[in-house]
Design a protein around this ligand. Structure first.
Ligand code: JFZ
Length: 445
């Protein structure tokens, strides 16, 4: 069916306006919570390998048996306002929470299935509704993760061939009569700022149809990269293609979604985001203790923003509704660093300057100000920013979090930062802010 060229042009021409808040935000909170959180990576007293939310698939648990978890969903410690308070303290600017993951269980009161938190659990409360209100009241943009293709519960969804006969499946019926109506239901009921689709839409036509439905329902909702058809993955996993990814992606989305925990080794000068786990699973696993230290998360945030992207950092709440203590502590530390240095992250992006391999610093930039993030301390008191004098004239220079003024000078094509204190001023990453004037016509990015 020929597509509506006018609508395509309108969707693409309004993308920049839609992304204004998202480009400023830079740091989002991902939450994976559902029936898999009750299993916690264990089934039949046996630890199950891999990411926790895939337990139904890994053990090919029957729909009937897995549905039994719904009877156990009663998170007595769940408090959406507590989650929102932790998120504010962490300095996140937007949220993406699993409204429906691949297991098909809905954390919202859907009229299209009783397999949801309100109608099928002793808890009986509309989690997505409570979360949406609490986070919006806290000033955080609200987004929903929605699995539009894989659905191990629905007979026509993709991915469950152990309960259902693949010959009998009708995916188009699933997509048109269930997935798209549920997405529109989420928009109508909860008014999200972002829809985070996963893991792809099978064909160009279906991806285009879903994009058009969403745009018509709410033009300014931001749509993540995994609405795009599966060919998008070919570009993600080829290093040469990744360098040129802005030529082809996003297709129907508003920004590119890299692979899970995929940190590019170079700047990508268009809109992209990477989802990152705190440990090694998205959904809670009681046996996964591989927590990233706060300093590691801060360095990941700096790396991602310095290469042009957004960090979507995940928390997998426990079955009782509490965030893991390790996640609360990490988020508190990241938030305290952002309170001191957030100007170098929020609304910042890559500098018009290549950073040599293995540099002891990373750069972010906004017009008029260059931010130097020190990964290793220059103990001799002087720091060389390679090639910077080709691009900028340096003016006032200071330690961002303390206003401690520093001196600069030019050495060939480099800018030298001098009179650095004898030891790092920040327990994680000290940031230097350099007021700069671009040298017209110069850019060696
Ligand atoms: C998907 C989900 O299957 C997973 O459970 C989790 O929600 C994660 C955030 O998203 O996993 C993916 C999807 C896409 C890629 C990798 C893992 N990819 O494109 O490389």
């Amino acid at each position: 069916m020929p597509y509506d060229v006018g609508l395509k042009d309108e969707i693409i021409s309004t993308r920049d306006k839609r992304l204004l808040w998202w480009r400023e935000a830079r740091f989002g909170l991902f939450i994976h919570w559902g029936l898999y959180s009750i299993a916690g990576g264990v089934w039949g007293d046996e630890a199950v390998e891999g990411i926790g939310e895939w337990i139904m698939f890994r053990r090919m648990i029957s729909v009937k048996e897995y549905e039994g978890l719904a009877k156990l969903f009663n998170p007595e410690n769940f408090d959406a306002r507590e989650w929102a308070r932790i998120a504010v303290e962490a300095g996140v600017r937007y949220l993406a929470i699993t409204a429906k993951h691949h297991d098909g269980f809905c954390l919202f009161d859907s009229e299209f299935t009783d397999y949801n938190v309100v109608r099928s659990t002793p808890f009986g409360r509309d989690v997505i509704g409570e979360i949406s209100r609490a986070f919006r009241d806290a000033g955080i943009r609200v987004g929903f993760y929605y699995s539009q293709t894989i659905d191990w519960h629905h007979p026509d969804g993709m991915g469950n061939e152990w309960d259902y006969d693949p010959w009998a499946k009708d995916f188009n019926r699933y997509f048109h009569n269930y997935a798209v109506p549920q997405v529109l239901e989420l928009i109508k009921k909860y008014n999200p700022d972002l829809l985070w689709f996963d893991i792809y839409t099978p064909t160009y036509e279906l991806a285009r149809e879903l994009r058009e439905h969403v745009y018509r329902a709410k033009p300014h909702v931001v749509v993540s990269g995994r609405i795009d058809p599966p060919t998008k993955s070919f570009y993600l996993w080829n290093q040469y293609a990744l360098r040129n990814i802005c030529r082809v992606l996003p297709m129907f989305a508003d920004y590119i979604q890299l692979g899970d925990n995929q940190i590019p080794g170079h700047v990508i000068r268009c809109d992209w985001e990477v989802p990152v786990t705190h440990n090694d699973t998205w959904g809670w696993k009681s046996i996964d203790h591989g927590w990233k230290a706060p300093g590691r998360v801060i360095q990941l945030l700096i790396t991602i923003v310095s290469r042009g992207g957004n960090l979507l950092l995940n928390v997998g709440p426990k079955p009782d509704g509490k965030f893991p203590d390790e996640s609360v502590q990490m988020l508190r530390e990241v938030g305290s660093w952002l309170k001191r240095n957030g100007e170098s992250i929020y609304g910042a992006g890559p500098a018009p300057l290549e950073v040599p391999e293995n540099s002891p610093y990373m750069l972010t930039y906004r017009p008029g100000r260059l931010y130097i993030h020190l990964l290793a301390w220059p103990w001799h008191g002087t720091l060389k920013i390679k090639g910077a004098a080709r691009v900028f004239r340096a003016r006032d220079t200071k330690i961002l979090s303390s206003d401690h003024m520093l001196e600069t000078s030019i050495q060939g094509e480099d800018i030298l930062i001098k009179r650095l204190p004898l030891r790092p001023l920040d327990r994680y990453v000290t940031v230097i802010a350099v007021d700069v004037e671009p040298i017209t016509g110069a850019n060696n990015a």
